[in-house]
Design a protein around this ligand. Structure first.
Ligand code: PLP
Length: 395
């Protein structure tokens, strides 16, 4: 059996060694606390679950869904953007995707080919670079540095790189740094994409999770529809990661190109899930979103304050549900993650897993119930104070 050589272009899975050590601890009966994954722990709102149940009993939903998404779902998506002041034609400027991960992955297949470059945030969600490499393209990393508010310096992209670039990937509020971009940055990014004839792909998975002020959509920039496509995900705002639903919105040609790849790849998301998505987009009380933001804000403040009190200087992120913390002196992101796992039984993600500029950081996810977060922070504090404790056992 010979697998495609393109798989050899993917970086080794950096969580593999950490996962192996975690599994060893679990096998020894240790109570491991996982702050590694960003996956909301609270349930999907009831009205969304009920919409799914009702839709699942309707035999109309049992047949193949329309490839591009149901008209109703695309209209509800357009209404979501109308609330931001962005007018979209649901037929030509919106496309349902099976979670934004799927949409982003297939967008690369529509734009990247050997010789082409994708400009990719570093650190960043790994799908942007992995899919670029699978398509035979090259990745040009855009370092996100704390001193620049984790915004890339687009002026530093060499002209010969910009000339070969097909996609500029951006993601704000940002995973893993928790940074939020303002509209002025989005305007500069749109101008850059226009100047170099590049598609700007904005991954807005955390659009609704911004603590100080609403985070902008790139589509709010005048003229963005000429050059940009944005991926909106229902996963995080409605606690629906398992449901696999989102949409691409923006430039017609980009939406059509993505639809062409998808029409030849998948057959769309279950219509009943799309009807539930309509309920989420149209019928969710704004109070639910405020409550969720309040939950993450309390967790963020608790973690940041407690770690600072324990002597670990950790900044307070303005968005998303991650704390991106510089590791103490003398550690790398991998050595510190390994120490937290083996000596405190706490899983965090090494920053370097998100790209070379993530070196020197670890990411902690706030999608964990408060008592678990409190125990994790307690254990980390004890470790930082040099108190060695027996790792607690399960049950
Ligand atoms: N984009 C970013 C930055 C993410 O962190 C994630 C998931 O964690 C996704 C996209 C994928 O979201 P979805 O559940 O819509 O596929």
């Amino acid at each position: 059996m010979r697998v495609s050589s393109r798989l050899g272009r993917l970086r080794p899975y950096l969580f593999a060694e950490l996962n192996r050590r975690r599994d060893e601890l679990l096998a020894r009966g240790v109570r491991v606390l996982d702050l590694g994954i960003g996956d909301p722990d609270l349930p999907t709102p009831d009205h969304v679950v009920e919409a799914l149940c009702n839709a699942a009993y309707d035999p109309e939903t049992h047949r193949y869904p329309p490839y591009e998404g149901t008209s109703e779902f695309r209209e509800a998506a357009a209404e979501r953007y109308a609330r931001l002041g962005v007018e979209l034609d649901p037929q030509s400027q919106v496309l349902a995707v099976i979670g934004s991960k799927e949409g982003i992955a297939h967008l690369a297949w529509a734009f990247i080919e050997p010789g082409a470059i994708a400009l990719v945030p570093d650190p960043g969600y790994p799908v942007y670079s992995a899919q670029t490499l699978l398509c035979g393209g090259d990745v040009f990393p855009l370092p996100l540095l704390a001193e620049r508010g984790f915004l890339p310096d687009l002026d530093a992209v060499p002209p010969e790189v910009a000339a070969r670039a097909r996609i500029l990937f951006l993601n704000y509020p940002n995973n893993p740094t928790g940074a939020v971009a303002d509209l002025a940055f989005m305007e500069r990014a749109v101008a850059f994409a226009r100047r170099h004839d590049i598609l700007l792909c904005h991954d807005a998975a955390y659009l609704d999770i911004s603590y100080d002020a609403p985070a902008p959509s790139v589509l709010q920039v005048p003229g963005a529809l000429d050059v940009a496509v944005e991926f909106y995900s229902l996963s995080k705002p409605f606690n629906m990661t398992g449901w696999r639903l989102g949409f691409a919105a923006g430039n017609r040609d980009a939406v059509a190109a993505l639809a062409k790849v998808k029409n030849n790849t998948d057959s769309g998301q279950f219509t009943a899930v799309q009807r539930a998505g309509v309920a989420a987009l149209r019928e969710t009380d704004p109070e639910f979103s405020r409550r969720m933001l309040g939950v993450y804000r309390r967790r963020r403040d608790f973690v940041v304050d407690a770690l600072n009190a324990a002597g670990w200087a950790v900044p307070r992120p303005p968005g998303a549900f991650y704390v991106f913390a510089p590791v103490p002196a003398g550690h790398t992101s991998a050595s510190f993650s390994t120490m937290l796992l083996e000596q405190a039984g706490v899983v965090v993600s090494p920053g370097v897993a998100f790209g070379p500029s993530g070196e020197g950081y670890v990411r902690m996810s706030l999608t964990t119930p408060e008592p678990v977060l409190a125990e994790a922070i307690e254990r980390i504090g004890a470790l930082l104070r040099g108190e060695r404790k027996e790792l607690p056992r399960k049950g």
